[in-house]
Write a protein that binds this ligand. Sequence first.
Ligand code: ZN
Length: 169
Amino acid sequence: MKRLLLVAGVAVVWWWMQRQPSKPAPASDGFEQDRRLIPGKKVITFEQWLMGRDKQYPAEFSQVIASNGRALVVAVNKLLAIAGIGTRVTSGWRPAAVNARAGGAPNSNHRTGNAVDLADPTGKLGQWCRLHTSALAECGLWLENPDHTRGWVHLQRVAPKSGSRIFNP
Ligand SMILES: [Zn+2]
């Protein structure tokens, strides 16, 4: 009888231990989370994306560009929060003259307010995006193949002709 009680006791303890919630698994992709980044917090701002060009080139600036830019900034901040990677804008809205100087394609999405370049000196952000295309899709963003953008990352809010989430220029 004593032995039966012991077995029953062990079984109860085992059952109780199985019920304890396990600790969340650590991020398995090898990317260290930037703890300054929390969902909903602005990493880049609409003003940083404008780069003062709305005032320099008021004739080219429009409500459509502004609303495109605001939606882009929201989408990018969502992506950065998921990635846990901090960055800054290196190129935002480009009026025609600025785009030409930057060597951008005449039909660049930077001109319509649908693209941004972000600093990525170590390539960490580009690599993270490459491995997380579902996060890009969730945020409604497309990425230029980081092989073509060493030192920065180009994200846009419109699909390229190929429709590929990661596209070649
Ligand atoms: Zn770009």
